[in-house]
Design a protein around this ligand. Structure first.
Ligand code: FES
Length: 117
């Protein structure tokens, strides 16, 4: 069995300003796409703590700080950074082609599953 990647066109790159994130409703999923200096990274938009909208967080390097209670998540791995307990958001394969951002919506990966989830 092979894992087939199905790329979904999401938005032109100019809709995601540098060092910011934007929420996108894609089917039943809400994702957040971030522009890290012209590189685009996608995570689920819901903070595992209390559901904060990560798209509205402050971007620093390759991490984002949740706007509600300031937990920091690595945008590449989805892992909480310097957290007192492990936590993680899903990451999605993302690419740019012809100035359009594509995401593999079925390719969500979590580096860590919350025991309480
Ligand atoms: S909801 Fe994100 S840190 Fe609390």
């Amino acid at each position: 069995m092979t894992d087939q990647i199905i790329w979904t066109a999401i938005t032109p790159v100019e809709n995601i300003p540098p060092r910011e994130g934007r929420a996108v409703n894609a089917g039943s999923q809400e994702i957040a796409i971030f522009n890290i200096g012209g590189r685009y990274l996608t995570i689920e938009n819901k903070c595992p703590h209390k559901g904060g909208p990560l798209c509205d967080g402050i971007v620093s390097g390759t991490s984002v700080v949740c706007p509600l209670h300031a937990r920091r998540f690595d945008l590449e791995t989805g892992m909480a950074v310097r957290a007192t307990e492990p936590a993680c958001v899903a990451t999605y394969p993302t690419k740019v082609e012809g100035g359009v951002i594509y995401v593999d919506l079925a390719g969500a990966r979590k580096a860590y599953e919350d025991a309480a989830a």
